[in-house]
Design a protein around this ligand. Structure first.
Ligand SMILES: [Zn+2]
Length: 426
């Protein structure tokens, strides 16, 4: 039986209470003791005030470049999972388009204008807009969850591997890779150091094995400076050969690998500025913020035998004894932005083809709202739920899970969730 995410519960004063199971929420709604507060994430409000102290909730975050995993836990019970997809690439593309338009304008024959580029100073801690957006959207959702659930702490994955855990590289190393935490930290470190590629043939996206540069059989040590990553093919081919012998025909590569291997530990500790910026912002919420490493997350996930998804990864962040997964569907949240300010759309040649109405609202709806349309007569009889695209005529298009339905009258539509810059799915 599939289990859905828990439902958020607010009391009559909108005070967050302990999230409940979908079944409990259903019976509360049915008996009229509660009403729907919002659809995504599904939240209900009770019709009375509640004085009891609710069970506190922990938010766990696994920030990624494209997707951030979010998990909400009550103790060791995972009650809510979400995956937030960012739109960094879209932001980059639209800034580039703006840049090229301005550049074109500058080289046109116009009156003299003073050069105004290079007159700006970037404040400390500045992030590129596409990266800043990741911090902002993640904070939006953290704050949203704080309003909907009795959150008292936040755990975030901060670094890929923990330098402290590898402080003594002489004793750690390959011997620890089976089932020990240090092995996972070492692996993450090596993946980072060797760019997730085979050191010998640079192949990517294949399982990589930990390799001794000077083979153990010939006295090679377990120190991190003697370890690299190799694909299975290269590993077998190299066998117990010396690296000099193995790469005798590729002196350049040999030199490169040797230099790379000697790179000190600190150099490889790539600082992820976005994650650090997020940490600072999380602290501003006033809740207790703790962090974990990627190696620890992977160690926890493997030990608990969980699938590799963003939200389960998030649940595994930090120190975890055991987890009880009470949901197996995560809410998929996609950042869509709030549309464009362009008042004149152009065709592919850059000529104006249509104007955009000044007012975004048509009969109380705007593009991006999620609506439910019940059509009882005509060709399009049926019930449709999906994102609406408004037309000034009042005849809307709805994109449902089964495709686009065109020409639905506004009178048939009821708003389910107002546009908030995100798309939702399961
Ligand atoms: Zn290889």
């Amino acid at each position: 039986m599939s289990k859905s995410n828990f439902v958020f519960v607010l009391d009559a004063d909108l005070k967050p209470l302990t999230p409940c199971t979908p079944g409990v929420a259903r019976s509360l709604l049915k008996s009229g003791k509660a009403s729907v507060y919002r659809q995504y994430p599904f939240t209900i409000t009770l019709k009375k005030k509640v004085d009891e102290t609710p069970e506190s909730v922990t938010i766990k975050l696994d920030p990624g470049s494209k997707t951030t995993g979010i998990a909400l836990l009550q103790g060791s019970k995972v009650v809510f999972g979400a995956e937030l997809t960012h739109r960094g690439q879209t932001i980059k593309a639209s800034l580039e388009s703006r840049r090229s338009l301005r550049r074109g304008r500058r080289s046109r024959h116009t009156r003299y204008r003073k050069a105004r580029f290079l007159n700006r100073v970037r404040p400390t801690g500045w992030l590129a807009p596409s990266l800043q957006h990741r911090v902002e959207t993640t904070m939006t959702w953290v704050n949203k969850f704080i309003r909907l659930a009795p959150v008292n702490s936040i755990v975030q994955e901060l670094v890929k591997f923990d330098l402290q855990k590898m402080e003594n590289p002489e004793i750690s190393g390959i011997e620890y890779q089976q089932g020990e935490l240090v092995g996972y930290e070492v692996r993450e470190y090596l993946l980072n150091k060797w760019d997730r590629k085979c050191a010998y043939c640079a192949v990517e996206n294949v399982p990589l094995q930990i390799e001794h540069i000077q083979p153990k059989a010939k006295g090679g040590s377990n120190r991190l400076s003697n370890l690299c990553l190799a694909c299975e093919k290269c590993n077998l081919k190299k066998g117990t050969q010396d690296i000099e012998q193995f790469l005798v025909k590729k002196p350049d590569l040999l030199k490169k690998i040797k230099a790379q291997a000697k790179r000190p530990l600190k150099d490889a500790a790539a600082v992820n500025s976005t994650r650090w910026a997020l940490k600072e912002r999380l602290k501003e919420t006033g809740l207790s913020v703790s962090t974990g490493s990627g190696g620890l997350t992977k160690f926890n996930r493997t030990r608990l035998g969980l699938a590799k998804t963003h939200w389960l990864d998030a649940a595994c962040v930090g120190t975890v004894e055991m987890l009880e997964i009470l949901t197996d569907r995560s809410l998929k949240i996609t950042a869509t932005g709030h549309g464009t300010r362009q008042m004149c759309r152009t065709d592919k040649f850059g000529f104006p083809c249509r104007y955009v109405p000044r007012n975004k609202f048509v009969k109380g709806f705007q593009t991006g709202d999620i609506v439910k349309a019940v059509v009882t007569s005509g060709k399009k009889i049926g019930t449709y739920v999906g994102r609406v695209t408004v037309r000034s005529t009042g005849s809307f298009n709805i994109s449902t899970a089964n495709g686009l339905i065109q020409g639905i009258g506004y009178k048939n539509c009821v708003s389910v969730h107002k546009k908030d810059g995100y798309n939702y799915g399961f």
